[in-house]
Design a protein around this ligand. Structure first.
Ligand code: ATP
Ligand code: MG
Length: 253
């Protein structure tokens, strides 16, 4: 199953991607985490590994890939056939506790150009990725909704939106549901940073037809790890339940 983890900036996408990946792995699943956020560097730290080499480098680097795209009038196919979990090349992923992390690519220098080529390669990658029942790909998306515009979500089986306690996030829930529905993908919602004060406001503020499948409490350990750039090594019952729902497919029914 391929799962896109999306939401507003700072809502907790990377945090929940890391926690869920570790949980799925503890449950005996093979997990590939795809860092598709070209701007933020946090996910590898949260997973406790070094940031792997940009996947774009496998295709000759961003500049070459961009040229290939332009010469083909943006139709260039980077993948000729389907890829399996184990086709991700050595050197392009980091691994810990049974979870592999790959990175689509980051913006490294000023004036290097936009991230469209990086996004294009990773979109084609997820479309060509063929997973078995025991394999899960979790894609940590860049903030906002551009990935829907790029078509990255077309290759996904489930869109998981992380909603944090902010008006913007609650308002975005309706747009993400609309975009997910438009491409025929199940969209499910995770309320994050929930506490006794905001719980009811969040439940009432999320869009009307939202299917909320998990609530993750505001947590001191997560906040501390986020502040200090530490690995997220905690286990949470709510995340365990989320993983179970995903595995049993009740999350997508
Ligand atoms: N349940 C939680 N309790 C407390 N703090 C949290 C929780 N979830 C996330 N955070 C904190 O919120 C901040 C943002 O989290 P995170 O980086 O995962 O968000 P993001 O959506 O990936 O952000 P970006 O859009 O920048 O990639 C971090 O400092 C993180 O530690
Ligand atoms: Mg992030």
């Amino acid at each position: 199953m391929k799962i896109a983890v999306c939401g507003k900036g700072g809502s907790g996408k990377s945090t929940i991607t890391a926690l869920l990946a570790k949980e799925l792995s503890r449950m005996g699943k093979d997990v590939l985490v795809i860092d598709s956020d070209e701007s933020n560097y946090g996910l590898s730290r949260q997973m406790g590994v070094e940031l792997p080499k940009d996947f774009t480098a496998y295709f000759g680097g961003k500049e070459k890939a961009q040229k290939d795209m332009m010469l083909s009038n943006f139709t260039h196919q980077f993948f000729k056939e389907t890829w399996t979990f184990s086709d991700v090349p050595e050197g392009y992923y980091a691994e810990k506790d049974g979870v592999k992390l790959m990175s689509s690519g980051k913006i490294h220098t000023a004036n290097e150009g936009c991230a469209c080529t990086i996004g294009n390669i990773i979109r084609q990658f997820v479309e060509h990725l063929n997973l078995t029942e025991n394999e899960y790909a979790l894609m940590d998306m860049e903030a906002g909704i551009e990935h829907f515009g790029r078509g990255t979500d077309n290759g996904m089986d489930l869109i998981l939106m992380i909603v944090d306690p902010s008006y913007e996030s609650l308002a975005l829930s309706g747009k993400i549901l609309e975009l997910g529905n438009a491409i025929g993908k199940p969209v499910r919602f995770v309320l994050n940073k929930v506490n006794d004060e905001n719980r009811e406001l969040m439940k009432n503020g999320v869009c009307e037809k939202a299917e909320v499948i998990c609530e993750i409490l505001e947590d001191d350990f997560i906040r501390g790890a986020g502040l200090q750039g530490k690995e997220l090594s905690l286990e949470m019952e709510s995340v365990r339940d989320l993983a179970k729902r995903i595995i049993s497919k009740s999350a997508t029914k």
